[in-house]
Design a protein around this ligand. Structure first.
Ligand code: ADP
Ligand code: TRP
Length: 324
């Protein structure tokens, strides 16, 4: 049995790209029998960028509510908040003493972030070590990640083998599993949807705000009754990622025959989003209005996670000579 673990950044309400590219695939994967699944909200990592405690809490609530609304089953997945297990920070310290400073300076993500962010704090630099601790603290075998996180996994594997070589077998050396994100969801401007680009569709907001975002999708200026190529249309591209094959074909024909204008196409997309995600939107709103329910789920997950974390940490302390 493999233990599959992954962390989720909690930097805002998950958008349609996060939902289709990360949430739904991860939930489907967690249903595969024979695997043990650990999923946590990386709120300690968020502190590298967010210094407002209300915002940190709100982001955790929104992120957890989004995952739960899409059917994350907390009976089969250990779902927890990183900061509830401060042992991870202790392990991160130990690990940092086994990884050369010089190697950490080669981190791509730090280079990217330090070029784009104003607050270049040491936490940003130390980020991969905390991530290694997230993984090694739970004896994870498999870590599903996007391409941008592969280097962090290499760092984790390198730290684990350095420690193991020095003290004998202590950590499980995890494997990265590259997420096959062959096609990404485009945003309202036609580029990859990303919270940093002001082009997102947030399906969880109210109908009016959702409508405004959908209406913002960039389109060409072809007249209503002229034939259009659906492949060049941002509205159609988003529609085809969520609608049924039958509905996609119907709309495709209407594009080619000049039977639909972009205004109507946007309205069709909006209705599809509302229809397809009705249950999830209702559940999300229910959960954010009842944060104590989310809290209860996270607390119970954190209790389970702590149990595993303490076992590993004890093993590590023993090797280091910090045991009593
Ligand atoms: P963002 O680009 O909005 O900052 P993140 O980098 O936090 O998003 O990504 C979180 C997860 O969502 C990752 O697994 C990533 O692959 C996925 N994801 C983000 N944007 C998209 C998108 N536009 N299409 C598909 N998947 C996406
Ligand atoms: N750094 C990851 C990201 O940006 C989030 C994360 C933190 C993570 N700790 C992790 C992912 C451990 C996998 C395993 O998406």
């Amino acid at each position: 049995m493999a233990r599959v673990l992954t962390g989720i950044q909690s930097t805002g309400v998950p958008h349609l790209g996060n939902i289709l590219g990360a949430i739904i695939p991860a939930i489907n994967r967690s249903k595969i029998k024979g695997n043990e699944s650990f999923l946590f909200i990386a709120d300690l990592h968020s502190l590298t960028q967010i210094k407002n405690s209300d915002q940190l809490k709100r982001n955790t609530l929104n992120t957890a509510a989004a995952w739960l609304s899409f059917g994350l089953d907390t009976k089969h997945t250990v779902f927890y908040r990183q900061s509830d297990i401060p042992e991870v920070a202790e392990l991160a310290w130990y690990l940092s003493c086994f990884y050369p400073y010089q190697r950490l300076t080669l981190s791509h993500s730090f280079k990217d972030k330090s070029q784009n962010l104003k607050d270049i704090n040491s936490g940003l630099f130390y980020y991969p070590v905390l991530m290694a601790a997230d993984i090694l603290l739970y004896d994870a075998n498999i870590v599903p990640v996007g391409k941008d996180q592969l280097q962090h996994l290499e760092i984790t594997r390198s730290i684990a083998s350095r420690f193991n070589n020095h003290f004998g077998d202590t950590f499980v050396t995890p494997k990265a599993e590259l997420e096959k994100n062959s096609s990404y969801v485009i945003g309202t401007d036609g580029n990859k949807m990303s919270k940093s680009k002001d082009n997102i569709i947030n399906i969880f907001q109210n109908d009016n705000l959702l409508m405004k975002q959908v209406m913002r999708i960039k389109t060409e200026s072809t007249a209503i009754d002229e034939p259009k190529n659906p492949k060049n249309c941002n509205v159609f591209k988003i529609f085809s990622m969520i609608a049924s094959e039958k509905d996609i074909n119907i709309l495709k024909k209407r594009y080619y025959s000049g039977d639909v204008g972009f205004g109507e196409a946007k309205k069709i997309l909006l209705d599809e989003i509302k229809d397809k995600f009705k249950t999830e939107r209702d559940k999300f709103n229910f959960l954010v209005s009842n944060p104590e329910l989310v809290e209860k789920k996270l607390e119970s997950g954190s209790k389970k996670a702590k149990h595993f974390a303490n076992k590993v940490l004890k093993r590590v302390r023993l090797k280091l000579g910090y045991d009593k």
